[in-house]
Design a protein around this ligand. Sequence first.
Ligand code: LLP
Length: 419
Amino acid sequence: MHHFDYRDHQLYCEEVPVARIAEAVGTPFYLYSHATLARHFTVFKASFSGADPLICYSAKANSSQALLTLFRQWGSGLDIVSGGELHRGLKAGFDPRRIVYSGVGKRVDEIDAAIGADILAFNIESLDELTLIDARAGALNRRARVSMRVNPDVDPKTHPYISTGLKQNKFGIDIDTALEGYRQARRMANIDIVGVDCHLGSQITTVEPFEQALAGLKALLQALRGENIPVQYLDMGGGLGIAYHEETPPEPKAYARPILKALKGTGLRLILEPGRVIVGNAGILVTRVLYRKRAGDKKFVIVDAGMNDLIRPTLYRAYHAIEPVTRRPGETITADVVGPICESGDFLALERPMADAAPGDLLAVMSAGAYGFVMSSNYCSRTRAAEVLVAGERFDLIRRRETLDDLVAGEQVPAWLSA
Ligand code: LLP
């Protein structure tokens, strides 16, 4: 459930007409609903009640300082994958002891920063990485806590670009060799083993992949007990899908059930790294129609947001519903909704039945809160969009639209060239 509804043919976000925000900040812009974020976070957490899980919200889905601050206030920890996300998390006030750090390619400077901050755990993705973290902790005269990110080799049945838990994917440590990894970790001078971690992929719409992974993890946990290698945490990663169109993802409770069952009696503390399920349907992208054109039977609606603003349709052929901000009686057309970028792949929707839209009309690209702004770029020297947060009757700019000067900030022309 979200708080984007029509009243009197006008799209509202909570108590604010979306058109009013467009007047104030211009287009395109991302718009997030505080009440929706709160609801998603609360429902997700409550599904695991009794287990008192540590929710480590996955920063990559949407790393806005304002949103991170909200999650921190609601008691969330953070799942990070870079030194940049560590910086954002610390800046938003997260307790480092609630931060877990995943990712196959952690650099030395990033590892040093995370050891320095004393984060809860590194989710280790290779034995080379484990060796390096041990060495860096030693050099810094610190200790580092680790979980092995196990690759359970299950098919999450999602888009190949966002499935991560198959053997052929670059993620995690093959479950058969994970045990050997733990043995090595135990012998390392500066490493404390704290948990077992896995993440299967994203936009997963059935519980079976999680159930399959749990079976493998249970066997590993048993083997660890057998070798007297104690762990405190089971980190199940993220991945629960949302409805963009006709998907019917499990309710958080149905997702929680097998996890809670596997956890029972183990004494392990649960960590979860949800991203999309919290923010996906709590955000929209608002864009204005610039032109319409026809080529034979083909219709195009040309808007002022492009693949640089929202790349999901281009990259994954992802479906995002597109709704008029003002509903009017009129004909329904079938059109490609395309952006201003000089690429044929620059579309927000293809062959989409939609209400006819005229130049100047505002359109809402729905379900854009996750992997929207964070994946945006300056391609074609387009300034990145503004971001706005609505809470009840108020709305606040949480990131100003980039300026033309922002585009060239940081660049320099060598002296020999500028003479
Ligand atoms: N934990 C780890 C280690 C991850 O790699 C991810 C996402 C998450 C948690 C959060 O997963 P979620 O709950 O959001 O599914 N750009 C793609 C999605 C990439 C997901 C990458 N990893 C998209 O737009 O669909």
